[in-house]
Design a protein around this ligand. Structure first.
Ligand code: BV8
Length: 252
């Protein structure tokens, strides 16, 4: 496989001062075997995930939505962080001002060792009581009988942000603050179609960040990125992290 070659401009930006921020999407977990939302295999039992990830679907059929999320939890639990997740964790270790902002809910950045991940869309590993509203971490392998219920008797739901639901304002504000400070924004594994996450690269650019897209396919962001690496995240992120000072082996 040809080595990943970075431009001198990109190398200069990565080696320079200032925080590096990564905005990641489902594509960063693709090499861990987790299907993306819009890619091949993105369907679950013939259902479009986007149609299931809504409060309306949950209200209509909580059991169906919970079967989908129980499958997502089992898939994520069986998956391992890949070289892309590990590279970002190593970068955070080498340059502690690095921030990882993710749209993913699978927990693989955390399992790779990234200490504090800004989770824009919540987590498969946290549940919320629909009556009391409180959230709790729940790592159980098996939540049967589905749909799980709170001690109070009300339904529990995945503590993720569904389509049509507002993101946590504190998390969104922290993500905006992070990208506004970024010297370099790495946008990896996202089709840049889902708002308000898709607004973050423009916020970064307007504040002076050098924006790099890592994606084997063109996206809605590609024309506005300062540099595009048409590569899978598992190949590109280790090289980018090493160029930014992380001590990691570059997979052959
Ligand atoms: C909001 C959690 C307003 C759940 C997710 C009508 C009504 C209401 C809102 C809207 C509406 N129409 C539009 C909207 C806005 C809507 C939106 O953006 N819709 C899109 C479809 C147009 N947004 C919302 O609803 C947001 N909320 O607007 O609220 C509001 C405000 C105030 C008060 C009330 C309401 C909420 C959006 C969050 C939805 N939740 N996830 C779950 O995961 O189950 S989004 C979900 O889909 C993911 O989290 C992720 O964000 C998104 C998928 O996007 P990607 O991550 O980019 O994945 P995708 O499959 O698209 O692309 C993968 C990419 O990876 C591809 O480009 C591929 O080429 C690449 N790739 C593949 N392999 C690799 C790779 N890259 C690198 N390496 C590889 N190996």
């Amino acid at each position: 496989m040809d080595p990943v070659v970075l431009s001198s401009t990109l190398r200069r930006h990565l080696a320079g001062p200032g925080p590096i921020v990564a905005l990641t999407g489902a594509g960063v977990s693709a090499e861990s075997g987790l299907p993306t939302f819009r890619g091949p295999g993105g369907l679950w039992e013939g259902h479009d995930p986007v149609q299931l990830a809504t409060p309306e679907a949950f209200a209509r059929d909580p059991l169906l939505v919970w079967r989908f999320y129980a499958w997502r939890r089992a898939s994520a639990a069986a998956a391992a962080p890949n070289a892309g997740h590990r590279a970002l964790a190593a970068l955070t270790g080498a340059r502690p001002e690095t921030r990882i902002v993710t749209q993913n809910v699978d927990g693989l950045h955390e399992r790779a060792g990234t200490p504090s991940v800004l989770r824009l869309h919540g987590s498969l590993w946290r549940l919320r009581c629909v009556a009391e509203g409180d959230e709790r971490e729940d790592l159980r392998d098996d939540l049967a009988p589905l749909p799980p219920r709170c001690r109070c008797g009300a339904l529990l739901r995945p503590a993720v942000v569904w389509f049509g639901e507002a993101l946590d304002p504190g998390v969104l504000a922290a993500a905006h603050a992070a990208v506004r400070q970024a010297a370099v924004l790495l946008v990896a594994g996202t089709s840049s179609l889902v708002w308000p996450a898709a607004a973050l690269p423009e916020v970064a650019r307007e504040a002076g960040a050098f924006v790099v897209e890592v994606n084997p396919e063109p996206t809605a962001l590609s024309d506005d990125a300062d540099e595009v690496l048409r590569l899978p995240a598992g190949r590109a992120l280790p090289v980018l992290a090493a160029a930014a000072g992380a001590a990691i082996e570059i997979p052959a």
